[in-house]
Structures are given as structure tokens and as C-alpha cells.
Design a protein around this ligand. Structure first.
Ligand SMILES: Nc1nc2c(ncn2[C@@H]2O[C@H](COP(=O)(O)OP(=O)(O)OP(=O)(O)O)[C@@H](O)[C@H]2O)c(=O)[nH]1
Ligand SMILES: [Mg+2]
Length: 295
């Protein structure tokens, strides 16, 4: 399958962590497997308990079904406006700027006109970093001087996108700890100002979660979703993580779909989330006592 190999590659470390535990065939061994995949304690024990009641031969399929239910449906980004507006949010270093840059590259590559707004006015060189991505993508960059009001940059970005009749406005924001109230207020303002100028809600608010953060990402997702109209999750750095299952726990916690997965630092290293491919890559190599497999 075309989409399977990138997931397999990205989940290599997680798979190594979970298949190291040997043969499955009891609730305890499934719990160990799910904990190793970083699904978190409550989900892992609940699933293992349900699955452990089944005959060993039925267990692997039951785990697959449980994981598919957790993964939910794929999420296609909404693109039917001129411009469609996508705001990228998340904690420091989660991969927001890279994700915005990769998306700009993908969409310009498909012939869409893209404007990137550098609403991270805090970090030194943040707009230069986005500028590099804009150049790579052939997208327009809208930026102001460091310290400017992020909502003003977003507003300018929208004005530019509307003036050029661009297809997409992508707004990169500053990383912030979900526990810092004033910073979250500011992010709310960015989304509110854009919505007011558009006369409708922004099309997507993508929450970027660092896939190496494990269960911390679950707490982040909860807080961001409480404050902002997050429409979907993007999980980065799965290529560098042994904790690829945590995203399923995050999805379960906030009931937002997973849109995309970051699989490296390069411009093409962002793939659409395909639940079946993801779960199969996670389970690849899992064998089962009595299930016909060999360890
Ligand atoms: N391996 C790997 N690295 C990634 C991925 N996505 C981003 N990175 C790296 O993670 C680091 C942080 O990425 P940024 O895109 O700058 O993250 P950010 O959220 O914009 O960071 P701040 O603006 O400082 O909050 C960079 O070194 C990226 O190259 C990914 O999918 N895989
Ligand atoms: Mg950034």
C-alpha cells in the first residue's frame, strides 16, 4: 500500500519498543504491549482486560479493532474558501513552523497560491525560519518586526491573501506552554481576529503535538482544546520517537481527528494520517500464542 511504508518507517522505534516484549496471549502481555506503545495506563489496562477475555487466537484482531476505534477517521482539511485559513498552534518546539512550511510546499506544489503569516513575533529569527520555508515553497511571506502583536500579523496576512485572491493562508504562531494563561489569551485573540475579519470561523486550527512527548502530549492536547477551537491534530517526529501510540491516547482524550503525521525534517516528510495503515504499522511483527504466528 502506498501509504504504509512511510508509517512503517516513522513507527520503527515504537514498534521496536512494543515487539521487544515477546509473545502475546494474556491480558498482562497485551497490557505490557500497549504500555510500551505509550497508550497510557487507563487505556492500556481497559483494552487489555477486554481482549484478555477472548480466545488467544482472536486477541490480535481484537487489539487491532480497538486501536482502529481509537485512531478514528482520517481528516481531510477543509479547502473550499478563498482563502481557506489554517492556524498552526502548539507548545515550543513541537514542529509548528516546519509543519506550516511543509504544508505550504505541498499546496503550492498542487498549484495553489499560498500566503504564510509569521505570527510568531517572540522568538528571534522565527520569521526568518518561516521565510526559508516560504522561499522553498514559492509562497508569499507576511511578517512584522519582532515584538509586534501576533494578531496584527495574522490580520495583515489575511489582508494580503484576500488582496491576492490566494487559496490559502497559513498562520504560524509562537510556541507556548499550555499552562501560561496570557499566552493562551493571545492565541485566542489571533483566532478571534481572523474569524471576525473573515465573517466566519477559521477553517482549521491545527494542534501540533511532538510525538516524542508521550503522555505529556495528552495533557497538552486537553489544555489547548479547552481554550481554542482545535479542528485536528498533527503529530510530528514519529521517526524519532518510541512513543507513537500516545497520539491515539491524545485523540481519545480530546475527540479531535488526527490529520497528519510528521516523519522527518525534510520538506516532504509530512503524510496524511491513514488509520488502518497507522495501526497496521504499529502492530507489524506482533505475534500471539496460539494465534498462528511465531515470535
Ligand atoms: N525528526 C523530525 N524532526 C522534526 C519533525 N518536525 C519538526 N522537526 C524538528 O523539530 C525542531 C523544531 O521544529 P519547529 O518547526 O521549529 O518547531 P516549532 O514548534 O515551530 O518551534 P517554536 O517556534 O520554537 O515553538 C526542528 O529542528 C525541526 O527540524 C519531524 O517530523 N521529524
Ligand atoms: Mg516555530
Amino acid at each position: 500500500m502506498a501509504t504504509w511504508e512511510p508509517f512503517r518507517r516513522a513507527l520503527r522505534r515504537t514498534r521496536e519498543a512494543v515487539t521487544g516484549g515477546g509473545r502475546r496471549g494474556s491480558a498482562a502481555s497485551w497490557e505490557e504491549f500497549l504500555l510500551a506503545a505509550d497508550l497510557g495506563y487507563s487505556l492500556s489496562s481497559a483494552i487489555a482486560e477486554r481482549v484478555g477475555r477472548l480466545k488467544p487466537a482472536a486477541q490480535a484482531q481484537a487489539v487491532r479493532r480497538e486501536l482502529l476505534a481509537l485512531a478514528g477517521q482520517a481528516h481531510l482539511l477543509a479547502f473550499d474558501q478563498t482563502p481557506s485559513v489554517v492556524v498552526v498552534v502548539g507548545v515550543n518546539g513541537s514542529g509548528k513552523t516546519s509543519t506550516a512550511g511543509k504544508l505550504a510546499g505541498r499546496w503550492s506544489g498542487e498549484g495553489r497560491q499560498v500566503v504564510l503569516a509569521a505570527a510568531d513575533t517572540y522568538r528571534a529569527a522565527a520569521s526568518e525560519q518561516l521565510g526559508v520555508w516560504a522561499k522553498l515553497a514559492g509562497a508569499d511571506l507576511v511578517a512584522q518586526r519582532p515584538g509586534a502583536d501576533p494578531a496584527a500579523v495574522a490580520f495583515d496576512g489575511l489582508a494580503r491573501a484576500q488582496a491576492r485572491r490566494a487559496d490559502l493562508l497559513l498562520v504560524d504562531t509562537a510556541g507556548r506552554l499550555h499552562t501560561r494563561q496570557p499566552l493562551m489569551d493571545e492565541l485566542e485573540k489571533v483566532v478571534r481576529v481572523l474569524g471576525r475579519s473573515l465573517g466566519r470561523p477559521v477553517d482549521e486550527v491545527l494542534l501540533v503535538l511532538d510525538g516524542t512527548m508521550g503522555q505529556n502530549a495528552v495533557a497538552q492536547a486537553r489544555e489547548f482544546c479547552l481554550r481554542l477551537p482545535v479542528s485536528a491534530l498533527v503529530v510530528t517526529k514519529l521517526d524519532a520517537s518510541a512513543r507513537g501510540g500516545a497520539v491515539l491516547a491524545a485523540r481519545h482524550e480530546v475527540e479531535r481527528p488526527i490529520a497528519m503525521v510528521g516523519t522527518g525534517e525534510g520538506r516532504d516528510d509530512l503524510i496524511d494520517f491513514v488509520p488502518e495503515a497507522y495501526v497496521d504499522a504499529l502492530l507489524d511483527g506482533v505475534t500471539l500464542d496460539g494465534g498462528g504466528g511465531t515470535a
